[in-house]
Ligand binder design. Sequence first.
Ligand code: TPP
Length: 533
Amino acid sequence: MPNVREATLDLLRAHRMTTIFGNPGSTELPMLKDFPEDFTYILGLQELAVVGMADGFAQASGRVTHVNLHTAPGVGNAVGGISNALANKAPLLITAGQQVRPQITMEANLTNRDAVLGPQPYVKWSHEPPRAEDVPRAIGRAIHHASMPPRGPAFVSIPMDDWDAEADADSAANAIARTVAGRSGPDPESLEGLARSLHEARNPVLVAGPDIDASGGWDAAIALVEKQRLPVWATPAPGGGRLGFPESHPNFLGILPPAIGPASETLAGHDLVLVAGSSVFPYYPYIPGPLLPEGTALVQLTSDPAEAARAPMGSAIVGDVALALARLLELLGSSERPGPQARPLPGPVEETDPLSGSAAMAALADVWPPDAVAVVETPSSTIALRNRLRLSRPGSYYFSASGGLGFGIAAAVGVQLAEPQRPVVCVLGEGSAQYGITALWTAATYRVPVTFLVLRNQEYMILKWFAEFEQAGGIPGLDLAGLDVAAVAEAYRVPAVDVSTGEQLREALGAAIEADDGPRLVQVPVASGMWFD
Ligand SMILES: Cc1ncc(C[n+]2csc(CCOP(=O)(O)OP(=O)(O)O)c2C)c(N)n1
């Protein structure tokens, strides 16, 4: 008769979930003891970083990924990362230790009080099994919740005395044998109606969102755009955790402004807006205006019923985005509409001292390998990065869709572990870098060859920009004097260099990207400012 730990390990094997990201405490040791050789444990030094690594790994691999956390304080530290994972639709199984069952009611030390409540707003399912023998079944259920659209984190709290308890062999065998296919096709009649609308539209436009990439709909989106000669906007940057469309494509116009009024103005002249794989829309900040221009209809394709329900305008068709795009492609013929004007290539940029964010991104573009992946947490230079790199392969861009910092360094480690063949470059503001900084140790220790580029402007630039926008003067705490990420990186055993000119930056980045024996970090001072081109 297997015990709960043995049955759970078999369940995880059945789901190919043999990599565990964790930070252990005494309440997790009974799960981890006699750790099997076919499993890999990736140690993160703080829970926000642990969840960020698993988030990157889950998104890049497309598979449910296991995170193991310490009881209440560990889960508490992780909540920011769990909220990011929910926004990123990263499928995570999150388990956490708990006091032994006989000591929960007396609330002995390390009891996770109301364990299911802690992460609850940010997980799809939160549970503490009523009996030890229910643990494998509960973990199986959490995996299925995490894997079904919309994908996201699911949480199970497990009392530490459960692991050595005898499993219910029958229930465990059933849990191990089950598979659940969550991909569901959109309503065929609604899609036919949409195809008719697209065919009849005078000047339709596509707004491409992250779920095109996540669903595997990249090629279908390109084919549909070319067949129908659609201009394409990317969904507003704050919520665009992945790219939905190649940004060097001649039909790609740029990133939709992230506020109601300007987004609507940008869409003026289009009679039909097709939104694929995005919420409508990830607006921020609030600039009021009409939701859509006069005479413009909007149809959203999303696999997320909540995203469909909460959209403030337009219609929605719920179902797998890649399947929907592929079907539209079948239903529609080639259009004779004139295609859009290709947007100009970004011009050369002056190399000032210190460099502008645009010049730093231009230097990065100069050495960018075509198959590289960008993990981005550089608030004042994100738009310049998008404009200069013009990433055009699927799975090439990860950004925390909730805006929660602490994602970048950690997610880059996870993405690189999932994609060892592709160079991963993580671009960070020096302020953003602090939240997940301990993931540098994991990168060094597991020799994960990420290139970290830190833009050092000695301030929270984007918050200064927002303060001006909100006409809020006299804000304290927006300057970051003397924060030296290269020195911190060295302490974590990540080789780091400081550079200042464009030439030095290109050289240092080229060498860092080339190195495959572990991470490298390049730090460059940048001028104060928001960089859009
Ligand atoms: C967890 C978390 N805390 C605080 C914030 C608010 N915040 C947004 S941007 C930012 C500053 C980032 O500074 P830096 O990385 O140096 O980038 P810069 O704006 O200077 O380019 C902060 C603190 C956040 N988004 N997430």
